[in-house]
Design a protein around this ligand. Sequence first.
Ligand code: 13P
Length: 250
Amino acid sequence: MKQSVKMIVGNWKMNGRGEDLSEVLALASALAVQPSEHRVAICPPATLIERLARAAVGGAVEIGGQDCHEAPGGAFTGSISASMLADAGARLVILGHSERRAAFGESDGLVAAKVEAALAAGLEPIICVGETLEQREAGDAVAVVSAQVKGSAPDALKGQAFAVAYEPVWAIGTGLTPTTGQIEEVHRAVRAALIERLGVNDGGAAPILYGGSVKPGNAAEILSADEVGGALVGGASLKAEDFLGIIRAG
Ligand code: 13P
């Protein structure tokens, strides 16, 4: 299935201070002059969400968080709840990014609990999945990703807006990308897993984003692949010019 309106989401990871807000303002003004047919979002560090929302970029550029705690509140020093993100001005939240799965031991079950928390706070989750190089070389990419999708997608997603992002771990920040055929194979498997898990109405429509070394130079090819409903962009989302190049390529 080809989706013509794509979701292009920037994940700033642990990058960005007040001085970097100018990049989002530049992005928003470029989109005001020449609007994009695509949905565009930036997920800055939590410290910048409210400042971005106050800068009123919430029209052309939506704002998202990069993670949330699974509990609505309480004694969880250092953590941020989904409703806090929403209160600060976020509409979306990235959950289960491979960096969190690897560095913070997040399991599919924990990611599913975070998805429930996000939905309860009115946020649209972007659920990340992806295989390691070792898993791909062992021929397990499709099986690993399908299992992650089924384990990370709770029943609560039925009737709600959400997206899945396929981000092969070996393609993140490396400049390496899968072939179009490899992307399409995994995206089709993600679609099948979503339909198996949530049914054809709810599993059949959610956009499946690709992430991992998306740049202005490869965005057109990636975004035109079958079942690619958008991109989740790390490094190339930090500068307005690069991110715009990706948005315009879609
Ligand atoms: P890069 O675009 O820097 O490879 O990062 C991808 C990513 O992890 C987005 O969530």
